[in-house]
Design a protein around this ligand. Structure first.
Ligand code: OGA
Ligand code: NI
Length: 326
């Protein structure tokens, strides 16, 4: 049974067994640290050197930060969040056409799961809808404004990334995908997860989340730290390709999403990755005798192949590309 057929139930009363995680995979919410939080970076800082330094420090120490005063109109972000919410609220019969377990599909609605030894797959308490930024003719016809709003949103996010000159390092024609995660209220947030612990396989993620509802958590010094939504902010996190390119200096940090009993939560992640043919490896300038390369070279397509091969496990993908050292 697909989870999306349940999500429209306004008040699910009990968790069916296929959502219940074994004890050692549960979120243990009382252990989440309230003492730390990820850095907040104001992009409207005219001192460019200072800004670059802050971004660099945040990328080294946390691999995650929130940006404010980014210039993307709040009203557009709100329209995108509304269109996406309406998509998840479509009738199951209409959503069904997008549902697939084939990860190679361009447009896909699916449920994440964990494969746990000696047990059936355990479903995550979420639905995920993923599609490329372009072309847009495969995007849903309903809700009716979805395509138009998405095109406008992708353009704004894309312009911001182009300004940061990422293209130079990642090659022409980057892999651009959007992923919306919808987390309905959950009867027992201690027994399940919205999104399992993972790192993002791409280069950079720009995430918008429902204001006033927490759920995203990141690892800092071996503790889980919540990423509380700030008004009109984006959460930025670095993916595995940046960790490899920077030879481990910038971190692709483990994160997860937890659920709550009362409010639905939506996040829209805009993923920016290299082209599949791009050769990735530590940047030459960072390598010398004292700084030997941690990773070998590979085409991004090989990395993605390994990523999908490890589906449902606690993925250790970039570890496969580490060089052996003595
Ligand atoms: C993701 C992700 C977090 C969230 O989509 O990769 O980490 O808050 N999302 O939904
Ligand atoms: Ni992620």
């Amino acid at each position: 049974m697909a989870f999306f057929q349940m999500a429209s139930d306004t008040n699910p009363l009990s968790l069916s067994p296929n959502f219940i995680l074994p004890e050692n995979h549960r979120p243990h919410l009382s252990h989440v640290s309230t003492l730390d939080s990820i850095p907040i970076i104001d992009l409207n800082d005219h001192d460019t050197n200072n800004l670059v330094q802050k971004l660099s420090q945040a990328s080294e120490a946390y691999g995650f930060f929130q940006i404010i005063n980014h210039g993307v109109p709040e009203e557009l972000c709100n329209r995108m969040m509304t269109a996406s919410t309406q998509f998840f609220k479509l009738a199951p019969e209409e959503k069904e056409q997008y549902f697939t377990t084939d990860q190679t599909k361009k447009v896909k609605l699916f449920n994440y799961f964990l494969k746990i030894q000696g047990q059936e797959k355990v479903n995550m308490w979420s639905e995920t809808f993923s599609h490329p930024w372009h072309p847009t003719d495969f995007l849903p016809e309903n809700p009716p404004q979805y395509r138009v709003v998405f095109v406008e949103y992708a353009k704004e996010i894309g312009l911001g990334l182009a300004k940061d000159c990422l293209q130079k390092k990642l090659g022409e024609n980057p892999t651009l995908r959007a992923q919306a995660n919808y987390y309905p209220p959950c009867p027992d947030p201690e027994l399940t997860l919205g999104l399992a612990v993972h790192t993002d396989p791409n280069a950079l993620t720009v995430l918008r989340q429902t204001e006033g509802v927490t759920g995203l958590q990141v690892i800092k010094d071996s503790k889980w730290v919540g990423v509380d939504p700030l008004p009109n902010a984006f959460v930025i996190n670095l993916g595995d390709q940046i960790q490899v390119l920077s030879n481990g200096r910038y971190k692709s940090v483990h994160h997860r999403a937890v659920t709550n009993i009362i409010q639905p939560r939506l996040s829209i992640a805009m993923f920016y990755g290299p082209n599949k043919d791009t050769l990735i490896g530590p940047i030459e300038d960072l390598i010398d005798e004292e700084h030997p390369p941690f990773y070998g070279r590979y085409h991004y397509a090989e990395f993605l192949e390994e990523f999908y091969r490890q589906e449902g496990t606690r993925r250790l993908v970039k570890e496969v590309f580490e060089l052996q050292r003595n």
